[in-house]
Write a protein that binds this ligand. Structure first.
Ligand SMILES: Cc1cc2nc3c(=O)[nH]c(=O)nc-3n(C[C@H](O)[C@H](O)[C@H](O)COP(=O)(O)OP(=O)(O)OC[C@H]3O[C@@H](n4cnc5c(N)ncnc54)[C@H](O)[C@@H]3O)c2cc1C
Length: 447
């Protein structure tokens, strides 16, 4: 039993731990202690509490990583109460690091601002999302971490480290995408853009044409992505075009949004997934039906409402980043693998693009990137499928998303990242005793 005698218990910051599970139900853990910090001093005291008792500390976001990157048997530190806008300087907005992405529209719209790009959902915290390299799509846009201009961390020694253009600027390419290994982020400053509308065009198309035009399609669109439905020759393409905020809106009606995104994409889809588990041979016809029912619509709305959707069907996911030009060949290899092995795969394969960046552990570090994500229903064992796809991704020099399932280790990740050793050196300096470590970080960064 952990000795919980501490003024922090009386202050309501610390409580005995319990069972924790991530969103995808791929990981669970039993933290000894849960800390809920509402201010920076409580983060500092929690770090001291853990250090004094020989426990590790793991800041937790929304638990939406599929890997065990956020798992701990030490102190699970929740900073969701450190949220909201702390300062605004033009387009630079400083947010409490525990702010959830879904809070941003209400916080940024009054300022006339928005995030430049977003991923599929908005449940994550800003700290959790940036720490794992969360990204959306758009060949001219980087992931969330590329928009971070400054951050404040509580480090393992209890110190407060400011990283910005003026203070410790050399650390920003590590801290902006730090895997939760360098300290506890308490605030981040994001470079936002003027608020904008997005016109969304979603439609089914022939896979051969989309793969043949991949390079042109991503160059010609602001935000292009597609979903490959296994066992069909059709993909669902999504093309989002940026428009001025004062343009005409044509949002999905309340009923249509509910019907398309909740009833069809989540409710009916969950039922078909369960049916497919019982009778696998019906998965191919169900996929053909799904692609017919889910595509073909257009609408225009404020950017967060178009970038993100609601996901209530749980799944497990692996995503690899590869040089963008290899995407068509890699997609073909995965389709061939599924056919050769006779697997029945109900979930679509998601394909996206992003610009190269210069963050040390970004999956897009130094190269224009294509992303290929594979999914399985959370009740299914993904191991065989994911391992098969991972072998293909390795041939294409792929880098795994830090927050999505994979089997890579520090030994084979180091050659994939030119600045890997620099990141490890910063970790050695900021956390020499590995107060912030957990088994996942030891696996991917080394002990
Ligand atoms: C349904 C779903 C859809 C998704 N869509 C996308 C997508 O479109 N694009 C994409 O790239 N990813 C996507 N992801 C992955 C997700 O964005 C990442 O795994 C992200 O890290 C989750 O954020 P979180 O707040 O849940 O962080 P957690 O998973 O709780 O934590 C992730 C890491 O951040 C660290 N961390 C959290 N808070 C702090 C802090 N204050 N200081 C320092 N470190 C901290 C944790 O220690 C851990 O290392 C998706 C995941 C799900 C479940």
């Amino acid at each position: 039993m952990t000795d919980l005698r501490s003024p922090l218990v009386r202050a309501g910051v610390l409580e005995p731990g319990g069972r924790w599970r991530n969103w995808g139900r791929s990981e669970s853990a039993s933290p000894a202690v849960i800390a809920r910090a509402t201010e920076v001093d409580e983060v500092i005291e929690t770090v001291a509490f853990a250090r004094d008792r020989g426990l590790t500390v793991k800041p937790i976001g929304a638990g939406h990583s599929f890997t065990a990157i956020a798992a701990t048997d030490g102190v699970q530190l929740d900073i969701s109460a450190i949220d909201g806008v702390l300062a605004v300087d033009g387009n630079l907005v400083t947010l409490g690091a525990g702010t959830n992405l879904y809070q941003l529209p209400a916080l940024l719209e009054p300022l006339g601002l928005a995030l430049a790009n977003m991923g599929d959902i908005d449940r994550q915290t800003i700290a959790g999302a940036t720490s794992t390299g969360t990204h959306g799509t758009g060949s001219a846009f980087g992931g969330l971490a590329t928009q971070i201009r400054a951050a404040t961390l509580v480090t393992a020694d209890g110190g407060v480290l400011r990283v910005s253009a003026d203070e410790n600027p050399e650390l920003l390419p590590a801290v902006a995408l730090g895997l939760g290994a360098l300290g506890v982020l308490v605030d981040v400053t994001i470079e936002c853009v003027p608020a904008f509308l997005l016109h969304a065009l979603e439609k089914p198309e022939a896979i051969d044409a989309v793969l043949a035009d991949w390079g042109d399609r991503i160059a010609a669109s602001d935000h292009f992505e597609f979903y490959v439905w296994p066992h069909t020759d059709t993909v669902l393409t999504k093309t989002n075009t940026r428009l001025p905020i004062d343009g005409e809106r044509d949002p999905l009606g309340g009923f249509q949004r509910w019907f398309d995104d909740d009833f069809m994409a989540n409710g009916v889809y969950r039922a078909t997934l369960n049916l497919g588990r019982l009778i696998p041979p019906i998965i191919p016809p169900l996929n053909r039906l799904s692609v017919r029912l889910t595509g073909d619509r257009q609408f225009t709305d404020v950017s967060p409402k178009v970038f993100t959707t609601h996901r209530s069907v749980r799944f497990k996911e692996m995503e690899y980043a590869l040089p963008v030009e290899h995407v068509p060949a890699a997609v073909e290899r995965i389709r061939q693998l599924i056919a050769d092995r006779g697997w029945r795969i109900s979930f679509p394969i998601e394909v996206r693009a992003s610009a190269a960046d210069d963050l040390w552990l970004s999956t897009a570090s130094g190269r224009a990137t294509g992303y290929i994500a594979v999914h399985r229903y959370f009740r299914d064992d993904p191991a065989e499928y994911f391992e098969g796809v991972e072998a293909i991704m390795r041939e294409f020099d792929g880098r795994p998303h830090w927050g999505k399932m994979h089997n890579r280790t520090a030994a084979d990740l180091a050659p994939a990242y030119p600045r890997f050793a620099d990141f490890v050196a910063v970790r050695d300096r900021l956390d020499p005793d590995r107060l912030l470590a957990n088994p996942y970080l030891s696996r991917v960064l080394g002990l």
